[in-house]
Design a protein around this ligand. Structure first.
Ligand code: PMP
Length: 404
């Protein structure tokens, strides 16, 4: 009767969504959701994705055979170019091995599993995560026997990057530590290092021989520009920091449920890349046998067709642009209209889908209980949940809880 199985608590984000769904208040707002919404709070199927889907549907040769274990080759190679750059020296020298994964989560898992099996850890298996980070990172590493620890990242006093503490901690970690970095649009804080800060972080990685585990779930979403958002990853590759990149197409292509992603491991030589790939293939075989085909076909059509690629970039600008507009409008409402006490510069300074408002857990709770605004206790809001119809209501309620 499974008496030994304890009841697990529900996932906090899913619990939040359930609460929102049950709420019958007409002006309720869901700011917990980690998916893009259009100005009418609706999911948005990217026009370029619609086009690519149509092309697939009309292809008389389309079948439902298995993909190779490591995925659709046209997809994985185009995906590597997207994140590492079409002119990447690592790609040119055949040092990149790429495997299709179950979106970004699967890439994180496969990357973690590979490290657990083959990385020469300095002592016990440990990984260092930013404090805070996407909560799933903890479980993903624990699942493969790697203990997750944290390094300082966010300073609530400045509602910004704890840069000195971050850098000092990286310097004091044992040499060759595995450290997870968010490639751009840090989740949950929306706080990214500047290029100058990234360069200094890179210096420490090189000095200490640390391994960079890049998680890239929001390329294009931070600035609206795919190349700009991949800058840190490319800088680390250029400077030859040993690294891997977990890539997701959930957000930037709006393909959440199709589970399109890839893991790219940059090896020191072409021959090492071949060995690494052979082992990734063995691991992938035992876990999923073959990755799902549909989403990878859609993305590979978009990446390989110059016209569709240009259209995709415009769609990404539409999403990133709307989010940036919402940041500006929220900032304007708080500072000019409501004259809300406190400094709100971080609302426009932060990047990507999420924003750390800096409000306290009891204030977040009051927003939910009194104003029907659903957000996580840590004060994180999804900017994609705001739109021209609900932003004034939200700003007014936020102003109220801040005034207490
Ligand atoms: N990494 C980070 C930092 C994320 O925020 C997410 C999505 N919430 C993911 C990875 C993985 O998402 P998916 O598996 O849907 O690609």
């Amino acid at each position: 009767s499974w008496d030994q199985v304890p009841l697990a608590p529900p996932d906090s984000i899913f619990k939040l969504t359930a609460g929102y769904k049950e709420d019958s208040f007409p002006q309720k707002i869901n700011l917990g959701v980690g998916a893009y919404r259009d100005d009418n709070s609706k999911p948005w199927v990217l026009p370029v994705v619609k086009k690519a889907t149509q092309i697939l549907l009309e292809d008389p040769n389309l079948d439902h055979e298995y993909l190779p274990i490591t995925g659709l080759p046209a997809f994985t190679s185009a995906a590597a170019k997207l994140v590492l750059g079409a002119d990447s020296p690592a790609i040119a020298s055949g040092r990149v091995c790429s495997v299709q994964t179950i979106s970004g989560t699967g890439a994180n898992h496969l990357g973690a599993l590979f490290l657990s099996r083959y990385y020469e850890f300095n002592g016990d298996k440990k990984v260092y995560l930013s404090d805070p980070t996407w909560v799933n990172h903890f479980a993903i590493f624990r699942n493969v026997g790697i203990e997750p620890l944290t390094y300082p990242y966010y300073d609530p006093k400045i509602i910004g990057l704890a840069f000195e503490q971050l850098l000092n901690t990286l310097k004091t970690l044992p040499p060759r530590s595995a450290v997870l970095l968010h490639a751009c649009a840090h989740n949950p804080t929306g706080v990214d290092p500047t290029r100058e800060q990234w360069s200094q972080i890179c210096d420490v990685f090189l000095e200490k021989g640390h391994y960079a585990f890049f998680d890239s779930a929001y390329q294009g979403f931070a600035s609206g520009d795919l190349d700009n958002d991949a800058w840190a990853v490319r800088e680390f590759v250029k400077r030859e920091v040993p690294l891997l990149v977990c890539q997701s197409f959930a957000k930037n292509a709006g393909l959440y449920g199709e589970r399109v992603g890839a893991l790219h491991i940059v090896a020191p030589t072409q021959e090492a890349a071949a060995r690494v790939k052979s082992q990734l293939s063995v691991l992938a075989r035992s876990e999923i046998s073959n990755p799902p085909a549909y989403g990878a076909r859609v993305v590979s059509l978009i990446l390989d067709n110059p016209e569709l690629f240009e259209e995709w970039k415009r769609d990404i600008k539409t999403m990133a642009g709307r989010i940036i507009e919402m940041r500006k409008e929220l900032y304007r409402l708080l500072t000019e209209e409501f004259k809300t006490p406190g400094n709100w510069d971080h609302i426009v300074g932060q990047i990507g889908m999420f924003s750390f408002t800096g409000i306290r857990p009891e204030q977040s709770q009051a927003l939910t209980e009194k104003a029907h605004v659903y957000l996580t206790q840590n004060g994180r809001i999804s900017m994609a949940g705001l739109n021209t119809h609900n932003i004034r209501y939200f700003a007014e309620k936020l102003d109220k809880v801040v005034r207490g």
